[in-house]
Design a binder for this molecule. Structure first.
Ligand code: PGA
Length: 218
């Protein structure tokens, strides 16, 4: 019976997410906790490198990241699309151009995440595949700082569309039409294969897999 099962889903739920996931994870937790009021969520936010350390140290029930680690034995469940886009201030001279090449982008001042960031890793890889070297004009350790810097006209950047909802809606940031973008990635919920999930963690995993995308795109 649903009601008796609901009552059993309780206790701590420890989730660690990469910084880019902090924009949507509270919304999923909000719905989940409403359904299972006795769950005590703990949300830890940091970059990919630190998330991988936490995974090795088994500090969390589930970890949310943009790329499955190859070096560790894990179970990974994709649950949401993650489109990376190239962003510029509105009125940027490339804003009206179509099919901009990666090479053309190299003339721009790039605002990049810190080494250790999964977004940074994806960017470096993309340019490397085209035999191009992406030189940061500035490295910033936070998405908020990058967004502010883009709006201030300091340069262009790349980030997950999930992180830009408010700025795109209000027209404060523009998305450039660059070949190969949006770069489609996925969000994965990951845990060490050796770890048996608690009932709460398993219920949350099923929930984000089955309903996450619909909840966030509403
Ligand atoms: P980041 O992670 O917050 O470390 O850039 C994003 C990702 O792993 O996709």
């Amino acid at each position: 019976e649903i009601s008796s099962l609901t009552g059993e889903v309780k206790g701590e739920l420890r989730i660690a997410v990469v910084t880019t996931a902090k924009y949507f994870m509270p919304h999923l937790l909000g719905v989940f906790v409403h359904r299972y009021p006795d769950v005590e969520p703990r949300l830890f936010v940091t970059n990919r490198e630190k998330i991988l350390e936490r995974l090795e140290e088994a500090q969390d029930d589930l970890l949310i990241m943009g790329k499955v680690p190859e070096e560790l034995e894990v179970d990974a469940t994709p649950f949401l699309d993650n489109d990376l886009v190239v962003i510029a201030p509105p009125g940027h001279r490339l804003a009206k151009k179509r099919a901009i090449s990666l090479k053309q982008l190299l003339n721009e001042r790039f605002l990049l995440r810190e080494p250790g960031s999964g977004t940074r890793l994806a960017m470096d890889k993309l340019f490397k595949e085209e035999h191009l070297v992406l030189e940061p004009y500035m490295e910033l350790g936070s998405i908020e700082a990058i967004k502010q810097a883009v709006m201030a006209g300091l340069g262009i950047s790349v980030m997950s569309e999930h992180n830009l909802r408010l700025e795109l809606d209000s027209g404060k940031i523009s998305v450039l039409d660059v070949k190969g973008f949006p770069l489609r990635r996925h969000w994965f919920a990951v845990h060490a294969s050796s770890r048996k999930l608690s009932l709460v963690a398993q219920t949350f995993l099923d929930f984000i897999r089955d309903e996450g995308s619909a909840i966030l795109h509403d």
